[in-house]
Write a protein that binds this ligand. Structure first.
Ligand SMILES: [Mn+2]
Length: 394
């Protein structure tokens, strides 16, 4: 905290002369430590998606150093998990210190992905208490941080009710030129701004009070301006197919002129191919449809998903998976999903026809790493056995 005051002082001394406006960088949801799929980066030997997420964050920091803002505000989910790996922690510190070394203070609040049950003692954010220039807010309560002319009212992740109480507690600092609020929460009513995660905090949009010069929101992974003064910066990488079409980057906010600029960074593309409805298809037309959809655009280096719905198990058996693998080998990941139908249950409406056991198996396989064997091969074999079993039990 002492060192933080030193930074505040230097901002006052150097920058107040011309009463120039304050420029802040708002970023969020970096999810450092996230990994997915089984592809490995050849250079580092690490999971490719983990490397992608590192690279995205590093690029954001590169851009921040060019922009040279007065402060950097991170609105939560710095790490992907409550207990990040040593590699994730040291990477995050290394990058954040590049910012603080330039005299730019960083405020980072804990989001729902980084909040253990014992918030004060169990949080990885305690480490940041020892790094000059970084102010971590992680105790599930409201903290006011003064940076030069700016009062930052920061609330780390807590349950919805505590969050509302904390917001109500905030008093605008009259002696500050600018008042900023930082939150990690979804907004009720605007259903799109929820992530549907079990421990997400939600507030009504009326809590995004007009008297703040800016409200730096985190949690929703798309960049979105909720009000003139309240924005989600979004995440810096894509973490699900729901984010396939979203731009990724961060916001530069000029507080004096009330201008916001979204700075986009380059991230790996995710493509959700058009869903194939197999209910009216036969073996030949399904094969043609799969090939048509796969050839719609180049897949090289991308993360690609193809979903087939209403797939009868007899039709499923005609799919040439080897051919599909060959056609899609330039993609980083090709994720083929299907909802299987039990044919002799065809009198029921389609929603109840989706077999839950294959789904359970697929999601189990996704959650558990398999060493030394091809997951897709296991998935296909497993599904085949499951379907055979299901057919026999009918
Ligand atoms: Mn998040």
């Amino acid at each position: 905290m002492k060192i933080f005051c030193r930074l505040s002082y230097s901002i006052n001394a150097d920058r107040q002369k011309g009463r120039r406006g304050l420029k802040i960088v708002h970023l969020s949801d970096t999810h450092i430590g996230y990994s997915a799929y089984s592809k490995v980066d050849e250079k580092s030997g690490l999971n490719q998606r983990e490397v992608d997420v590192f690279n995205a964050f590093k690029e954001v920091v590169d851009r921040i150093l060019e922009i040279n803002p007065d402060a950097v505000l991170h609105s939560g989910d710095l790490f992907d998990s409550v207990r990040p790996t040593n590699r994730a922690i040291s990477f995050a510190i290394e990058q954040l210190v590049r910012i603080t070394d330039k005299g730019i203070p960083v405020v980072v609040i804990a989001g729902n992905h980084s909040t253990p049950r014992l918030q004060e003692t169990g949080s990885v954010f305690r480490i940041f208490e020892h790094i000059s220039g970084i102010k971590p807010v992680y105790k599930g309560s409201y903290e006011k941080i003064r940076i030069g002319d700016m009062a930052v009212h920061a609330i780390s992740h807590c349950d919805s009710e505590t969050l509302r109480e904390n917001i109500e507690m905030i008093k605008i600092a009259k002696d500050a030129q600018y008042n900023i609020m930082m939150l990690h929460a979804g907004v009720v009513g605007l259903s799109v701004f929820k992530m549907d995660e079990f421990n997400e905090a939600l507030i009504q949009s009326s809590y995004l009070r007009k008297e703040f010069d800016y409200i730096a929101l985190g949690h929703y992974h798309g960049y979105f301006e909720i009000n003139d003064n309240a924005c989600y910066a979004g995440s810096t990488e894509r973490f699900s197919f729901a984010e396939a079409d979203q731009k990724k980057g961060f916001l530069v906010v000029d507080l004096k002129n009330k201008r916001k600029e979204f700075v986009e960074i380059k991230t790996r593309e995710m493509i959700d191919l058009p869903i194939i409805d197999a209910s009216m298809l036969n073996a030949i037309s399904l094969k043609e449809e799969i090939e048509r959809v796969i050839e719609l655009q180049p897949l090289d280096g991308k993360i690609v998903r193809l979903r087939i719905k209403n797939l009868r198990s007899s039709l499923y058996k005609t799919i040439d998976f080897g051919r599909i693998r060959e056609m899609t080998k330039s993609a980083l990941v090709f994720d083929l999903r299907y909802d299987l139908i039990q044919e002799n249950m065809a009198v029921q409406p389609s929603t109840t026809m989706l077999s839950s056991l294959p789904r359970e198996f697929i999601s189990f396989l996704e959650r558990h790493p398999v060493e030394g064997v091809n997951k897709e091969v296991i998935r296909d074999l497993g599904l085949e056995y499951l379907n055979r079993g299901l057919e026999e039990s009918d």
